[in-house]
Structure formats: C-alpha cells, structure tokens
Design a binder for this molecule. Sequence first.
Ligand SMILES: [Ca+2]
Ligand SMILES: [Ca+2]
Length: 86
Amino acid sequence: MLSIKFRVLAGAAVLAVAASSVDAAPFPPIGGGPPNADVLFDRFDDNGDDALTEDEVFAPMWARLQNADANGDGMVTRAEYADAVG
Ligand SMILES: [Ca+2]
Ligand SMILES: [Ca+2]
C-alpha cells in the first residue's frame, strides 16, 4: 500500500519536474546545461560577428540553436542566445 508520505514525495517530485521544465531553455541542455554564451561564441563564431549561423555550428547544434533565433534572420546573436537560455 502507498503511505501518505510516499504520496507527498511523489507529488513533490512531479511538481519539481514541472517547475524545472518551465525554467528550461527552449532546447534540451547539452551535457547537463546550456553552454555558457562566451564559451559557445568563442569556439564557434568563426567570423567574429558575435552571431552564430548554420554554417558555423554542427547540424544537430543548429537544430537546437535556431530556436533561439528570436527575429528569424538565420543568425543567433549573443543577446538572443542569452535570452533563450535565461
Ligand atoms: Ca558568426
Ligand atoms: Ca537572430
């Protein structure tokens, strides 16, 4: 039988999952959390324009990253990325 305590714990776990999904970035975290913007841009921004484009990152990364492209111009700026990951 389920004890009251178990039910409370199970309910708390469900609430925790719901809360974390609200806080989550619009794309699943990579390696436990979204990469720091400075790390990401220093590594992948080949032309140094402070924006990442499809040809600068790996396809699977772009599939996630493009969700941060708030104005839909095909470039994710550092500001757009920061807004997306919170
Ligand atoms: Ca760039
Ligand atoms: Ca953009």
